[in-house]
Design a protein around this ligand. Sequence first.
Ligand SMILES: *[C@@H]1O[C@H](CO)[C@@H](O)[C@H](O)[C@H]1NC(C)=O
Ligand SMILES: *[C@@H]1O[C@H](CO)[C@@H](O)[C@H](O)[C@H]1NC(C)=O
Ligand SMILES: *[C@@H]1O[C@H](CO)[C@@H](O)[C@H](O)[C@H]1NC(C)=O
Ligand SMILES: *[C@@H]1O[C@H](CO)[C@@H](O)[C@H](O)[C@H]1NC(C)=O
Length: 240
Amino acid sequence: MSFVALSLLCGVVPAMIAALPHQDRQLSGCDISNAKMTLPASQVALVEPNATTPSFIGLAIGVQNYTCSNTSTYTNVGAVAELFDVSCLYGKSAYTSVQTAAWDAWSAAPADVTAQDVIAFFSGAPEAKNAVLGQHFYVTNPITGTGVSPKWDFTSSGKTAGNPAAFVVGAKAGDIASPAGNTSNVDWLSVKPIQGDLASQIFRIDTTGGQPPASCTPGSAPISVKYTAKYWLFGGSVKK
Ligand SMILES: *[C@@H]1O[C@H](CO)[C@@H](O)[C@H](O)[C@H]1NC(C)=O
Ligand SMILES: *[C@@H]1O[C@H](CO)[C@@H](O)[C@H](O)[C@H]1NC(C)=O
Ligand SMILES: *[C@@H]1O[C@H](CO)[C@@H](O)[C@H](O)[C@H]1NC(C)=O
Ligand SMILES: *[C@@H]1O[C@H](CO)[C@@H](O)[C@H](O)[C@H]1NC(C)=O
C-alpha cells in the first residue's frame, strides 16, 4: 500500500506503521496458510481449529459501544471497526505488538475522528484494495430477527470485493479475559458463524482497550470506547 494517501487519515494508520521496525512495514498480501495462532495454555474456552488453515489475519481499529443499564453498569451493544490485512507481519517481530502501536495511534487521534471516518476514508482509497480486508459491525440477528449479532463484512473491500458470500454473521462460542491481565482490554473470543461463507471460525485475540468504565449513571448517553485487536479467520469457502 502507498503511505502517501494514508497520511491523509489524520495520522492514525501512518503513525501505527511508523512505529513498526523498517523491515516490518509491508503489512498485506502474504500467504498465511501455515500460520499458527498462539492461544494461552491452561484454558479450553478458545482452541485453534486443527482441520482448517487461517484465511485472514486482520488488525481491527475501531470502537466498542455501550449503553448504561439501570443497574449502573455498561452493557456492550455493538462495535464498529475497520479490518486491515496484516498477514505479512505474521512471524515478524512487529506481529506481537502491532495492536498496541495501532491503539497508541488511534487513541492519539483527534476526538472527532470516528471509526466510521476511518472506514469512509479507506472506502474510496485505491490503496485499500490491498490494505483493507473489510468491516466489522453489528446487525439485527438474521435468524431470530431480534437482538444484534456481530458481522464481518468483506464484500466491498480488498480481494473479496464484489463477492456477496464474503461475510459472516456470528455468535460467541467462547471467551477468556485478556491474558495481558489489563482490565482495559476486551475479552478474547471465539465466534461461530450463523450465516455467511467467509469463515468457519473467527477469533478475536491480542485485544487492546475497548472496556467501558466500571460504572455509569442510568440514563446517561451511550459511549464508544476505542479498541484494537487481531481477528484470525479460519476456513470458509470464499476465495481470497
Ligand atoms: C488438535 O491437535 C492436537 C495436537 O496437535 C490434538 O491434541 C487435539 O486433540 C486435536 N483436536 C482436534 C479437535 O482434533
Ligand atoms: C431494568 O432493566 C431491565 C432490563 O432492561 C428491566 O427488565 C427492568 O424492568 C428495569 N428496571 C427498572 C427499575 O427500570
Ligand atoms: C457504535 O457507535 C458508533 C459511534 O461511535 C456508531 O457510528 C455506530 O453506528 C454504533 N454501532 C452500534 C452497533 O452500536
Ligand atoms: C492498559 O492498557 C491501556 C490501553 O488500553 C494502557 O493505556 C495502559 O497503560 C495499560 N495499563 C497497564 C498497567 O499496562
